[in-house]
Design a protein around this ligand. Structure first.
Ligand code: PMP
Length: 385
């Protein structure tokens, strides 16, 4: 009995499928099982291990009995550590099961059917789907390479309506690597000052992977702090994607509403992961710069190899992705990505998944040997077109 005839999806899932990134990664894994030598440059996680002192802290926590439910908004110690890093009080912090859950909690806690959420395209794939899941309408502002993959104050101003609930910024950006300078953030903040009903979601999960000076949104626009939610976590900075631990920092009523959502969905983040994150935040920090420098060398390698292969590609200022244009090689980006996978066994993600066609995303969070081999294959596949 399959039960399929009985099954009906809720309408809120209309148009929402498994993310294209997951699909590509799974297809690459399938090919590998068939014996194909696949190089997957498609996933969004650092290849470095979680630092040993963090793993030790988790072991210790488990042995010492930190194995029960924690407070819904997170352990007092971790909330205090996050609050201290942000210069706020602990009741302005909620700990969640990854930054992704912070985003989902925020949307579920605030978005009513038909409310609009403005985001820059290219955007991280989940933004639009999380907004839709919450009943909202994603409003995309296209920001291509000619404008550094960043929205302008004019674009933002033109997109705001009476239904706008949020504008989402992601700096450094996944997938483009763009970083908004302090001046650029202030230009956007000036527009937002004229629209007090619009809240700002600043996703700064790649903060510690910046190759140019990085400014937090609230530091550039403190006058908007009472309607800004900052999203961050340990996944990317401390190579802890699997621990599922992130946080939101914002005004108390918003944090309380997000905690209420979380209370009914997960009850909060894992006790062990929270102990591990506390060790990450309060332990030695020199690994952040070391890992950033390693990523920067990989970025330089990847950008120069892509240019050598004749592909147009901006140099990312942060995060660990490049977002080259494949339009001249093949305008249909999903077809281009299939071509790379089928002919050369290289997995990258089509730009369409990020709301911008004619591009693809390549992650450089891999060792240089693998990157070099992958890029040689891409150059061959492009030359063959
Ligand atoms: N925001 C952005 C821009 C991301 O790229 C990711 C991870 N791909 C997340 C949020 C979610 O991170 P987490 O692992 O903390 O859920």
């Amino acid at each position: 009995m399959t039960g399929t005839s009985q099954f009906r999806r809720a309408t809120r899932l209309d148009g929402i499928e498994l993310s294209e990134i997951v699909q590509i990664t799974e297809r690459a894994a399938e090919l590998r099982v068939q014996g194909v030598d696949v190089i997957a440059l498609s996933t969004g996680e650092p290849d470095f291990p979680t630092p040993p002192h963090v793993v030790d802290a988790a072991h210790r926590a488990a042995r010492e009995g930190a194995t029960r439910y924690t407070a819904t908004a997170g352990t007092p110690a971790l909330r205090a550590a996050v609050a201290e890093g942000a210069g706020v009080t602990p009741d302005q912090v909620v700990i969640s099961t990854g930054a992704k859950q912070v985003l989902a909690n925020a949307m579920l806690a605030t978005v009513d059917p038909g409310d609009e959420v403005i985001m820059c395209a290219p955007f991280w794939t989940s933004y639009a789907d999380i907004v839709r899941l919450a009943g909202g309408v994603p409003v995309l502002l296209s920001a291509g390479p000619e404008q550094g993959f960043k929205v302008t104050p004019q674009q933002l101003s033109g997109a705001i309506t009476g239904r706008t609930r949020w504008v989402m910024f992601n700096s450094p950006s996944n997938p483009s690597g763009a970083i908004y300078s302090r001046d650029e953030l202030q230009g956007l903040a000036r527009v937002l000052s004229r629209h007090p009903h619009v809240w700002v979601l600043a996703d700064e999960i790649y903060e510690h992977l910046a190759y140019v000076p990085f400014t937090r949104f609230v530091a550039a626009a403190p006058e908007l702090a009472d309607r800004t939610l900052t999203v961050n976590g340990v996944s990317k900075a401390y190579s802890m994607t699997g621990w599922r631990l992130g946080w939101g920092i914002g005004p108390k009523p918003l944090i309380a509403a997000m905690t209420a959502v979380q209370g009914q969905v997960t009850s909060g983040a894992s006790s062990i992961s929270q102990a591990a994150a506390l060790a990450a935040l309060t332990g030695p920090q020199d690994l952040l710069a070391e890992r950033r420098d390693a990523m920067q060398s990989r970025r330089d390698l990847v950008v120069s190899e892509l240019h050598r292969a004749g592909m147009e590609c901006l140099t990312p200022e942060g995060a660990f992705y490049v977002f080259p244009r494949c339009h001249d090689a093949m305008p249909d980006d999903p077809a281009f990505c299939r071509h790379l996978l089928d002919t050369e066994g290289v997995a990258v993600v089509p730009g369409r998944a990020f709301g911008m066609e004619g591009h693809f995303r390549l992650s450089f969070a891999y060792g240089t040997d693998m990157l070099q081999a992958g890029l040689a294959r891409i150059a061959r596949a492009v030359a063959a077109l």
